[in-house]
Structure formats: structure tokens, C-alpha cells
Design a protein around this ligand. Structure first.
Ligand code: SF4
Ligand code: SF4
Length: 127
């Protein structure tokens, strides 16, 4: 979901550079395989909010956000999906109401970028 909405904003230059690389990779090759993990991931690896213990400074909050996203999308930790499959699931399962539930509490939600990306994602399916 966050990658669908990624527009080059983030927590530091290093974070944005790493995230841009990951986002470009999955968008340019939609068959890229993505593993669902129950902890910090490749995006977190360059984030200044990652502690020396390998946790997020907002660990409980992000795990709860992840839990809600997994519930809505019907995916489990350990599962491997392609970017194509991920986008199909978002289109099929992530309504605006569910987006409100899944992303509730995320600091980025109020800026509206993610909601617009979700609307675009549904729009493209219809055309
Ligand atoms: S979960 Fe935490 S460490 Fe990972 S990208 Fe988000 S803020 Fe950074
Ligand atoms: S609101 Fe937050 S958790 Fe939801 S898609 Fe945007 S960045 Fe990700």
C-alpha cells in the first residue's frame, strides 16, 4: 500500500534513495517476488527510525498497521507474492472504508497521497 503511494517523501535522503530503488524495481518488473515479513523489511533497512536492536522506534504501532493490512488483504507472514498479485489484492479487497481501518493512526494518512493512490489503483482497473 505504501509503495503504491510512494512519491519520493520519507525520513531521510538515504531512506528515500533506498525506497525509490525498491519501488522502481517492483513497478518496472511486476513479477518481482515480495516476501511478507513479520518484522522490519528492506524498506526499513535504510530508515533512521530503525534502532540498533533492529526494531522501529514505533514498533508496536507499525506492527498493528501491518496486522490490519494483512487482515484486509488476506495475506500471511511468510507468504511470497509478486507485485502484480499484490496490486490485484489491493484492487479487490482494499475499499476506502477498509483503507480507513487499515491505515488508521499512520502519520502519512492525513496528507491524502495514499488515498489518491488507492483511488487511482481502482480507477485503472475500470479502464
Ligand atoms: S516501519 Fe519504522 S523503520 Fe520501517 S520504514 Fe516505517 S518508520 Fe522506518
Ligand atoms: S497511510 Fe500510512 S500505512 Fe497507509 S498506505 Fe499510506 S503510508 Fe502506508
Amino acid at each position: 500500500m505504501c509503495t503504491l503511494a510512494f512519491q519520493g517523501y520519507g525520513y531521510s535522503q538515504g531512506f528515500v534513495k533506498n525506497y525509490r530503488k525498491i519501488a522502481n524495481k517492483v513497478i518496472n518488473d511486476p513479477n518481482t517476488r515480495i516476501k511478507v515479513v513479520g518484522n522490519l523489511d528492506g524498506i526499513c533497512s535504510a530508515c533512521p527510525n530503525q534502532t540498533e536492536q533492529g526494531k522501529c522506534t514505533k514498533q508496536a504501532k507499525v506492527l498493528e498497521l501491518d496486522r490490519r493490512h494483512m487482515k484486509v488483504l488476506g495475506i500471511k507472514i511468510g507468504e511470497i507474492l509478486t507485485w502484480n498479485e499484490v496490486v490485484k489484492k489491493i484492487r479487490k479487497k482494499m475499499s476506502l472504508k477498509k483503507f480507513d481501518y487499515a491505515c488508521k493512526g499512520c502519520d502519512w494518512k492525513q496528507c491524502g497521497i495514499c488515498m489518491n493512490a488507492l483511488l487511482d489503483c481502482h480507477f485503472y482497473l475500470m479502464h
